[in-house]
Ligand binder design. Structure first.
Ligand SMILES: Cc1cc2nc3c(=O)[nH]c(=O)nc-3n(C[C@H](O)[C@H](O)[C@H](O)COP(=O)(O)OP(=O)(O)OC[C@H]3O[C@@H](n4cnc5c(N)ncnc54)[C@H](O)[C@@H]3O)c2cc1C
Length: 373
């Protein structure tokens, strides 16, 4: 079956869902997804944290610009509240004092707190572990499923289509139109193709005849443990100042622990390695007096970075009608609403008002001289 749209977006994770939702307000959009469920890959595996002082400057800007949407989403977007305040406690051992000073000097809204205050916030902290600490109050847990579903609902409400179980497997340009053949035997015709395929971004580009950007999918692991007898529901997110590990309260007796790994990988349905789970728990236990009797479950996802670590949003410099929306790394949820709007503005030829200064910073053309087949 052949269907014609104005814009075809490949990948129904958070990146594709937000771009498709904003574009569908004025264009006929199809969101093409290989899996049976949207959000099966990285989007469904995140730690769900919004931290202003995280990532490179372009990410921080889109994080800042996303906050208002999360605090006050449009009517009908979701029945659930999308964010809930959860401060971040930054921990520094003796050898990390200078790193904490640097985080305080460069971050916005982070304040030093005493070791005694840190122990009050997290009573499980082992005596003697901590040399200095800081608190970022204005951070949030995010309801990723509600956010993702909200954008998919917005797409459908605008008349957009979501094509699940359709892996784009042949992509050709005939004149001014892309012809995309999928694994379900469908053919999609559209003048504009948006590559929001996450870890598969370079692969989708290769299918379309575009040069790769050199995307780096990196495995990150998380494990859920029972911290009882501690009730962790009101604890902050606990984060090593150099991101060597972190722990995020999930519910009263559930604590997510990550070794903050970033192991280079390739695009696939990545699974956790036992060694990474063990490293995460070991690092957490050096700081916190928590006995882990069993790991309730563990998972891993691919955080995909561009060669310089910043986002890649923009038209391909050589292949007409091919738009990149990749490189969301570890920030694709906290930046999502502003990123989706930004991408839609660029595709529709509108000035992305608030984020106009980012256009050259995130342009995929910046990798021009280093790209090769
Ligand atoms: C452990 C972990 C913790 C994280 N914590 C946070 C956090 O606290 N805060 C935050 O903001 N971010 C976090 N992230 C990062 C965030 O999850 C990602 O940046 C975001 O989900 C990326 O979304 P995406 O849509 O680009 O990728 P994905 O969700 O992977 O979506 C890409 C989609 O493209 C589809 N696809 C690929 N090729 C094709 C094809 N040929 N045809 C059709 N479909 C195709 C795939 O099936 C996939 O569904 C975390 C990530 C991990 C792994």
């Amino acid at each position: 079956m052949t269907q014609t749209f104005d814009i075809a977006v490949i990948g129904a994770g958070m990146a594709g869902a937000t771009a498709a939702a904003f574009l569908s307000a004025s264009k006929r959009v199809v969101l093409i997804e290989a899996e049976e469920v949207a959000g099966y890959h990285t989007t469904g595996r995140s730690a769900a944290i919004w931290i202003q002082n995280y990532g490179p400057p372009d990410v921080r800007e889109l994080t800042r610009l996303s906050r208002a949407f999360y605090e006050t989403p449009p009517a009908g977007f979701s029945d659930a509240s999308l964010i809930r305040q959860r401060p971040v406690l930054l921990l520094a051992r003796e050898s990390q004092r200078a790193d904490l000073d640097a985080a305080l000097a460069t971050g916005e809204g982070i304040r030093r707190i005493s070791v005694a205050e840190a122990h009050m916030l997290v009573p499980a902290l082992r005596p003697g572990y901590l040399a200095s600490a800081a608190l970022e109050e204005d951070a949030f847990d995010m309801d990723v499923a509600a956010i993702h579903q909200g954008f998919l609902r917005m797409l459908r409400a605008n008349g957009g289509a979501l094509a699940l179980r359709n892996r784009a497997q042949r992509i050709e340009r005939h004149g001014d139109v892309w012809s995309i053949d999928t694994s379900a035997g469908e053919t999609v015709l559209a003048p504009v193709l948006v590559n929001a395929a996450g870890a598969w971004g370079d692969g989708v580009a290769a299918l379309a005849g575009a040069l790769p950007l050199g995307l780096r999918p990196c495995r990150r692991t998380a494990a859920m443990v029972d911290p009882s007898p501690f009730d962790v529901s009101n604890w902050p997110l606990i984060c090593d100042v150099n991101e060597e590990w972190y722990a995020r309260p999930e519910a009263r007796t559930r604590l997510m622990v990550s070794p903050a790994d970033a192991t280079p990988s390739y695009p696939h349905d990545v699974q956790p390695e036992e060694i990474d789970v063990a490293i995460g728990i070991d690092r957490m236990q050096q700081a916190l007096d928590i006995t882990v009797r069993r790991v309730e479950h563990s998972w891993a996802g691919l955080r995909t970075f561009t060669p310089d670590g910043s986002l890649a949003f923009g038209w391909d410099p050589t292949v007409a009608g091919f738009f990149w929306c990749v490189g969301q790394g570890g920030y694709g949820i906290q930046t999502a609403p502003a990123a989706g709007r930004f991408v839609a503005d660029l595709i529709l030829g509108r000035e992305p008002e608030a984020a106009a200064a980012l256009v050259p910073v995130v342009a995929p053309g910046r990798f021009g001289c280093t790209r090769s087949r």
